[in-house]
Ligand binder design. Sequence first.
Ligand SMILES: Nc1ncnc2c1ncn2[C@@H]1O[C@H](COP(=O)(O)OP(=O)(O)OP(=O)(O)O)[C@@H](O)[C@H]1O
Length: 690
Amino acid sequence: MIAIPAPDIEHLASDREALLTLLFDWARAGWIRDLDAAFADQLAQLSPEADSACLLAAALVSHLAGQGHLLLDLQQLQTTPRALIAVQPQDTQAELVTPERVITALASSNLASSWETALSRWSAVGTGAGSEPLVLVGTRLYLRRYWRHEQRIAAAVDARVAQTTDWPPADARALLDCLFSPDEKNAVNARWQKIACALGARTPFAVITGGPGTGKTTTVIRLLALLQSLSLQTGQATLRIALAAPTGKAAARLNESIAEQVDALSKIALPEGAQAAIPKEVKTLHRLLGARPTTRHFYYHARRPLPFDMVVVDEASMVDIEMMAALLDALPPHARLVLLGDKDQLASVEAGAVLGNLCQRADAGHYRDATARWVEATTAYSLASDYLDEAGRPLDQTVAKLRHSFRFEGNSGIGQLAEAINAGNAPEALAIITGKQYTDLARIKLSASAPYKALTSLAIEGRKDSEDARGLRHYLTEVRRQEQRPAATAGKDTWDAWAKAILKAHTAFQLLTPLRQGPYGVNALNERIEQALTHEGLVQKPDDTTRWYEGRPVLVTGNDYGLKLMNGDIGITLYAPQQFDSATDDSSVTLRVAFPDGKGGIRWVLPSRLQRIETVYAMTVHKSQGSEFDHTALVMPDTLSPILTRELIYTAVTRAKKTFTLLSPGDETEQGLLARAIERRIQRHSQLFA
Ligand SMILES: Nc1ncnc2c1ncn2[C@@H]1O[C@H](COP(=O)(O)OP(=O)(O)OP(=O)(O)O)[C@@H](O)[C@H]1O
């Protein structure tokens, strides 16, 4: 712990040098970033008139941006200063000047009688039109960059929402009845899917949200089929459509399900050419926009718009405010945008929570009469009165929530658990996970004396009681199975097929943890599991200093455009020929890392070329967004941390396709960490669509 000398708090208000020193001390203690203190310091040098209150506000708005918030609410400075900077409980016992004390002292000093007044007089603060680094709107202070992103996104969405038109519904009705036949046995469960298509056809902007397996992909493919069919029927050119996802992993996953869903359309009698006009390739947003390695700018932007009439973005909860603003900038004004995602998942790693903002009112619908009439005319479904609201906003009319999970039917523990977590019902969630009524759920208590024994055993062997609850042994056995291994002289296709089977086996299990550091953080767990696997003989490290060995799974932690690898991609290290199609014997094999190339093949990369990777026996919940695994296990930490929230637990549970196991070092009681996490929501400060 770092001891920070206590300055005279009373004089801080009039002594800005002392305040700046204190900000750098906070940075040393890890309470804020160096960047935050440096930002205030830089502004102080540029504007001698800035007082301590202003500089503190500047450091705080920068600090909050690092936490994902878009703004600093000055009212919060007065009412809940403690919530602005997270300070570890052990730090408060030392002789430290906590941010809370400083904020409170400055708030009550004469100089800062009103934060708004002080800030509005400061030359570094503007109201938007100029180029000041900070923007003040009412009681909300922004970094200019985020204020601009909010403005641009809101304007682009509003412009599309305003183009809502009720064209002759009969055209859509016949097609929607083909796509969602009222006679199908699933018709009742698919009703919100049909409604989502009707809403998506009415406005060139649509949001389709829903939990895992509710049919977001199925629905959007049918929406595309509907729109292409309508274009063909009315003699217009078909739409040029692009499909995108925020990460390579999410794009690769979507690639697989899209192809299946598009092929399934052949069973439906659509106009000639409609099915063929739906693309199957999903790109990352970076690739779609033409990211350039050395700059934050994209090839496509407002002056050089994307050559598409419609863009669909899946896993939109992971899209941060900057990327969303860049996408909307690059979208031609006439182009449609459809966003898909689960609004209840963790928000993007970077600042903003755009999908969450768009869907804040999705649970209750808020559909107006005109919308209800459109839905009834096109789908024959009448919206229940619970979802109607004549005061609903134009944006509400474009958001559809899918409410039936086709993956988790009524008897699924994962489905029930996810629902209880989402509802913030901790007692119910605890009863579900600690009771024994669901075979797809298990809870393992880690003993205080030997916590890693049960943990590594679960990670390696899985749960013995279920075929769907495998552990790491499953894919490592595939790696070691000699009879499956291609001959060195086999061609690339054969090697790709082998690697693909191993990568698929690898998705059978993933261990997740909320944290990076600490005894149950990702670093410690990876080390423990690697040791245990070596002990079991499942992996063979040539020596203790070598990081690379066959079977090592790695996660890419930063985009590498040269290698065509994206943040979040997972690869497995395997012995393979140095040069495919020209290997002569087994001596020509070497360690290479096999990554899915997103087009159904494998990208083989030499370990020495990989700069930003880490071992991934365990993965943080944040990094697991956009991925799914048959069996997912979550390790709870042993102490409460600000990172433990409802969204994080929900995201972890819903990564599981078939079984979920909770591993916890403590007792899961109503005072336990799980219950406290479920009760705590992430509130990212933003005014977007508020
Ligand atoms: N209307 C429907 N009728 C029958 N099966 C359906 C329907 N909609 C979806 N499904 C099935 O439910 C499963 C999940 O569908 P889909 O992949 O579209 O959901 P999703 O919400 O995109 O899932 P994810 O959580 O993986 O993103 C698939 O097997 C799909 O075939």
